[in-house]
Design a protein around this ligand. Sequence first.
Ligand code: NAD
Length: 480
Amino acid sequence: MDHFMNFINGEWVEALSGDRSMTHNPARISEELGTFPKCSAQDVERAIGAAQDAFSTWAATPAPARGAILLKASQLLEARLQETAQAMTREEGKTLAESRAEVGRAVEILRFFAGEGWRSGGAVYPSSVAGELLYSRREPLGVVSIITPWNFPIAIPAWKIAPALVYGNTVVFKPAGHGEQSGLALVQAFADAGLPPGVLNFITGPGSVMGQALVSSPTVKGVSFTGSHPVGTHIYTQAIPNLSRVQLEMGGKNPMVVLDDADLDLAVTLAARSGFGLTGQACTAASRIIVQNGIADRFRTGLEAIARKWVIGDGLDPATNMGPAVSQAQLETDLEYIQVGQSEGARLVAGGAAGPEGGYFIQPTLFDEVHVGMRLAQEEIFGPVICLIRVENLDEAIERANSISFGLSASIMTRDLHKAFHFANAVEAGVVKVNEPTTGLAVNAPFGGFKNSSANTFKEQGPAALEFYTRQKTIYVNHG
Ligand code: NAD
């Protein structure tokens, strides 16, 4: 069993209280993985202080030199990909293939933002005054707090921390429970790559205890959060008095529309991957499949067959298609929503039960005859539960897709380009896919939701990250 530590000011330290909490394998509940420091507000203040002390030197470090450290970190993480992926599967439960893909993605993110050290300049503007140079430059914000969920425990920290660092900010990073070890692997890669002390600080513990200090400290100039809608909106109100910059990416209840002309096999395969893949624990998971009447029966039969066929088990076993729910609480939430769906009159077609024994396992679950007004069709479950909503035509499908408070991702399966573009323009979602799963994102394009899926302030990733992690200064120089 491992004894993990915080990383503050370049040193591996305990929580000031000495308190620790245990983490265990969700696929083998009796297997204890290790303990992490249980931090309080005092630890947060210590980490913020270290980040503030490191800021001016890091901000003055040439951006290509900062990028070189990111590049080195990407190489170290790539060399450790297998062991990092195995640890991720043990702590979070996703299959080894899913963990490998995620660590590989974190490597790519670091590599992409390493290059930003050479690219992110300002702009020169034509001046209306003779002899005047008019230009703008990008400056880092200062100390930023980064708060992440457990479901992508290395990719999400990477897509926040990498741009924060390369643009010259210093960071206090708090991962979620069930995601600490993966977060630590990222921090370790930065530490080994030669990041100076205090530039990146890592503290673990309960968000409810540490959150206020992370968000409302006047030293913190930016807060980047990914997680649930209730926690995100709470954070927003806490950050307002400081007028600090806030980015929130939150829940989803994402639609995949399947039209009569779709490639049936592809639609079934991608629906299963989007809805049951990652045990349904992806913010971009497809939990509402809106299917046109002409193809609906054949589509349901295909998806039902996959739901019955998929092997549930320990993600380290290569035969496993779907790992466990991350925790007892998440498993109970999944089962509770399955009960709710049945009591609302939806028809349970496949799955619906926990099992096998020994882990927080749940069967891939499919409901038919779901109506948009049901809680089953409106609330984020975050488990492998797919609802089928049947419609007459595309317009009705778009209306159903948009009848929800969330707006993260959406996809359509069709061979008709006109219909595909009409959907892409009309659907209320920050990410739209055509003949692709609702999940999966490019590292170099903006990502973020609409409506209650986001604070609707700043997007993440690609060029959008520059907007969040820098402020612009405009300079007038009269040399005439
Ligand atoms: P969560 O909201 O419970 O926790 C997220 C993080 O916030 C954790 O680190 C947690 O410790 C911390 N936290 C909890 N209370 C806090 C408080 N009062 N102040 C500050 N921080 C606090 O979410 P989760 O269960 O870890 O993750 C699942 C959720 O994340 C789902 O809703 C999912 O849709 C969402 N998610 C969204 C995206 C996206 O990009 N939109 C991506 C992945 C996950």
